[in-house]
Every structure is written in structure tokens, then in C-alpha cells.
Design a protein around this ligand. Structure first.
Ligand code: COA
Length: 159
């Protein structure tokens, strides 16, 4: 899919002064959003966090954490009115490049079993399911749903 975003968006590190906009997109994109504190903790921990912006409009962002030769994608979201235009693909490609520069060998993520759209995007990007955690994510009324664990090698053949 070629991006239809015009003017071309900028990719910049997620900065504290954008947190209000990040939290607003997070709340619009997720049923169980991260709190402002989750984002502040991620920034304070020095996690890799990039956002895609058009002027002062936030299109999307990701947050990732490196552990030795693995990079874990902790959060990725695109504003509902910017979805379907290639923003997630740009963000995932950026994370691939950054991870390679850190000499990471693997990317990992977890996704709700019901999030078929995100799972399809990850699959097309090269991630493969390698496991699952039952009753991992809260749903509502005390119910829980399975987390699908996916990974992608950054060097060598796909698993
Ligand atoms: C999942 C999410 C990040 C995708 O963002 P996006 O910017 O809409 O995705 P893109 O436009 O980059 O689409 C990526 C691919 O999905 C395809 N796609 C776009 N819209 C689609 C749709 N409605 N259904 C299926 N595929 C779709 C695109 O064609 C593209 O394919 P390509 O990479 O082969 O070209 C976004 O829907 C979102 O923020 N969801 C809520 C938060 C969330 O679930 N995050 C993931 C948690 S693990």
C-alpha cells in the first residue's frame, strides 16, 4: 500500500510536551488505554518511543523496550482518523531500522487474540505467532482474553 499522507509526516522522538495528544490518541484507539503515568514511566526509563506528526497533529506512535538482543514492541497506535494510510507500516519499519542499529536480533510483541486487524498487519510485516498466554488481557466484567505472542528475526531466515 502506498501512503496517501500529504504533506509527508515527520517522525520524531516522543516528547513530554506531546503527552496530552498521545494520551488522547491512546484513549481513542484502545478499549484499555495506557495511562499518562505509563507513558511518563516509559520515557523516564529511556524506552525507544517515536511519533509520526503532521504539523502539530499527532498521527501515531510506538513505544519499545530493548532487552539484550531483543526489542519488545510495547505499544503502537494510530489516531482513528489517520488509520488505513500506512502509518503503522511506517512506524513498524522505523522500529525495524532502529532495532538493527542496536544490533538486536529479534523483535517481540503481544497482541490481543481478538485484534485481528493488528495481527494481520504484524503478519504481513513478517512477525509470526510463537506462543500465547491464556487469560492475559482484561476485557470487562472480570473476563480476560488470550495474548498472542509474536516475534520476527532481524537477521537470517524467518522462524
Ligand atoms: C493496528 C493499527 C496500529 C494499524 O494502524 P494503521 O495506520 O491503520 O495501519 P496501516 O495503514 O499502516 O496498515 C498496515 C497494513 O494494513 C492494511 N490495512 C489497512 N487498513 C486495514 C483494515 N481495515 N483491515 C485490514 N488491513 C488493513 C494496509 O493495507 C497495510 O498493508 P501493507 O502494510 O501490506 O501495505 C491501528 O489500527 C490502531 O492504532 N489500532 C488500535 C491500537 C492497536 O490495536 N494497536 C496494536 C496493539 S498490539
Amino acid at each position: 500500500m502506498s501512503s496517501t499522507l500529504s504533506p509527508a509526516p515527520l517522525l520524531i522522538p516522543l516528547q513530554p510536551e506531546w503527552l496530552d495528544r498521545v494520551v488522547a490518541v491512546e484513549a481513542a484507539a484502545y478499549t484499555h488505554p495506557w495511562t499518562p503515568g505509563n507513558f511518563r514511566d516509559a520515557l523516564a526509563s529511556g524506552y525507544q518511543a517515536q511519533m509520526l506528526v503532521q504539523g502539530d497533529r499527532l498521527l501515531g506512535y510506538y513505544v519499545a523496550m530493548q532487552v539484550l538482543d531483543e526489542v519488545h514492541l510495547l505499544n503502537i497506535a494510530v489516531a482513528p482518523d489517520a488509520q488505513g494510510q500506512g502509518c503503522a507500516r511506517l512506524l513498524l519499519e522505523t522500529l525495524d531500522h532502529w532495532s538493527r542499529l542496536q544490533s538486536a536480533k529479534w523483535l517481540w510483541l503481544e497482541v490481543r487474540a481478538s485484534n485481528t486487524r493488528a495481527r494481520a498487519i504484524y503478519e504481513r510485516h513478517g512477525y509470526r505467532q510463537v506462543g500465547e498466554r491464556k487469560r492475559y488481557y482484561p476485557v470487562h466484567h472480570g473476563e480476560r482474553e488470550t495474548a498472542i505472542i509474536m516475534s520476527m528475526p532481524l537477521y537470517g531466515p524467518e522462524p
